[in-house]
Design a protein around this ligand. Sequence first.
Ligand code: MTE
Ligand code: HPA
Ligand code: MOS
Length: 752
Amino acid sequence: MRNIDAKGHVTGQSLYVDDLPTWEGTLYGVVFYATVAHATLQQLDTSRARALPGVIDILTAKDIPGENQIGGILPDEELFASNEVHFQGQPIGLIVATSEAIAKKARQLISVDYQEKEVITDPRDAQTKGRLIFPPRTFSMGNTKQAWAACAYTVQGRADVNGQEHLYIETQGAYAYPMENGHIKISSSTQGPTAVQRTTARVLGVPMHTIEVDVVRLGGGFGGKEDQATPWAVMAALAAQKWSAPVKLILHRMDDMRMTGKRHPYSADYKLGLSSDLKMIAYEVVFYQNAGAAADLSPAVMERTLFHATNAYYIPNVVATAYSCKTNLPPNTAFRGFGGPQGMFVIEAAIAHAAHTLQVPKEKIQEANLLVKGNSFPYGQKITDNGLKTAWQQMQEKFALEDVKKSIVAYNQTHSTTKKGYALMPICFGISFTKTPMNQARALVHIYSDGSVGISTGAVEMGQGVNTKMIQVAAHVFDLPAHYIKLETTNTTRVANTSPTAASATADLNGKALEKACKTLLTRLKTCAANHLQTQPQNISLKQGQVWIKDKATAMDWSQLIEHAFLDRICLTENGHYATPVIHYNKTQEKGHPFAYHVMGLALTEVTVDCLRGTYHFDAVKIVHDFGKSMNMHVDRGQIEGGLVQGMGWMTLEELRYDPEGKLLSNSLSTYKVPDVYSAPEHIYIMSLPTQSTEMALLKSKAVGEPPLMYGIGAYFAIEHAISAFNPSYVPIQNAPFTHEKVLLSLYETGV
Ligand code: MTE
Ligand code: HPA
Ligand code: MOS
């Protein structure tokens, strides 16, 4: 089935928040925010701004009727700073005016006196000073202390990996309209409609049922709208409540970049021990997560880093510790992979270090240590198949790994100013929210009396194709053509208490709830058909919109069946609820079975580096990926290509930069470069890994949203490999992204 949004997107008809029809009397909000990173607020003078014609109000902490608190996991973040600001870009107030232009003008007329305090931007610095978001956590297995003695080689070092701007094409925004009796409806560009509803209710001091949140779709979220879509919706609702008027708040790109958090930068210290036959025996790692000025989702992100600290490898002795460090940067947040990619980069850097020291190809160490069926992760769960080994074999057989390596060696022998490099990147990513209670979802199905079907779930469409998959599920269970099914917007009044659309688990969770609801309706309909056709329900089946008795089509079609059911007063509406079975986790012991299953795969990245300029281009990325039994190859391939290139951007071009005062320097599209079609690999080949898949995945189709991003890590090590071919004294810099500038320096660095 083709993605149901394809036509709307290419013709420009798809609706986003700012495209929704505007109500008469709509007011516009612009956020006034801190321009220093750490200070007490001395005096706020809004009088000149208020005097500007068209300015209705300037809302600050004093105007909040409920709690001035938006923290999701920990209550440590104010909607509007009351006494202190903790990062540049922290909201202080909302200017409400009759137009956005007036509100922007008014913003320049506000003055604040700050009494500045010490600014910390480095996570190690914060950790030394005891500035942590919450206490550190440690995952361990075996006994590293004893294991070091048995190691033939050990390497020890530091690895740093920078953050990443989400750069969703649709910036953050919301539109709030007052309804009857003080109720408020909010159209929000959020991955978490329930989070918006809950937090709005908290800040406005009203019960949740007075707030309705509706989401049509997002122009991208990538994790950036899991938690951080909330404040803008709350601010719009606050103004709508106070002024009984519709209020729209859409962030300008540069405001969005300044005010919102990003992927967490991490710094890490590692020690890796290997046996003489290159088995990894012991691994100790300490992560310093740069959380920014408030918790946001950092505790959960940090946890996922620990879960993925050993990536796709079996290491019997592990100690992994992580600190969530409080700095004066915007609170960092979810981003595709959710901390997993950072953990994986560090182990890959440690392996690269060992390979460099021992002068063996990196992939020899990788291959020798792949997880096999029955191996335990440090958190106790066991791997259930040999997917990684199979992926490696497929890479050799189908993508002729050895030939690629030979041709690269040959190329490098005959070229002196350009060099080629390659890297292999295996991935193993756990599917489920790491917080077990979040793994639940609901769906609501109406069959209308003419036979058409309307479905609602808690899933939010953000480009990943989940709406298409939901329609496929209903069409599959009822065996109807897809045009019978309509997917409704995501709305808190139809599906309540939703988990955010995140963790790659949306299709699994919502799809399974939907499948259950549809199956219940189907059972009811079969009984109805059996009554009318004077047979037993077990003889009835529905095929292509027709009712069958055993292997014979009857004269009754779907619409006639629905008409019978309606006249027989049979309920044509059903609610489905799904909660992932099996999973559990004990945080005291740091052991359990947190994931429904793992997604595995292997990527081969090939690059050519221009050794005079430090520039590079990617010749090809070849991927063997574990789709399970894909329910939509078009959608899933799109996720792999997009995830891969986004991951490559993080590892290469995208350079997030703050100055020592916590000011974002890369705050526009001219200073922050994401991959475009020219920097994407010339070829992306994707092959399906033959696996049994799992019943835990929706129709055995495994989650695909986040895992491919981590194939992008191969880009970093492919570049490093090419640099080594040019500069024999190159010493791994262990510092991502590998920008052109860093490549140029590394090509000529002599290692002193
Ligand atoms: N794909 C597109 N086009 N746009 C997005 O915002 N978000 C990613 C991924 N793929 C995203 C995307 C992230 S961070 C996640 S968690 C998953 O989609 C969420 O959707 P899923 O659970 O349906 O895979
Ligand atoms: N993944 C993504 N988002 C989340 C998670 C997770 O494990 N937990 C809370 N939000
Ligand atoms: Mo994705 S980072 O779980 O929104």
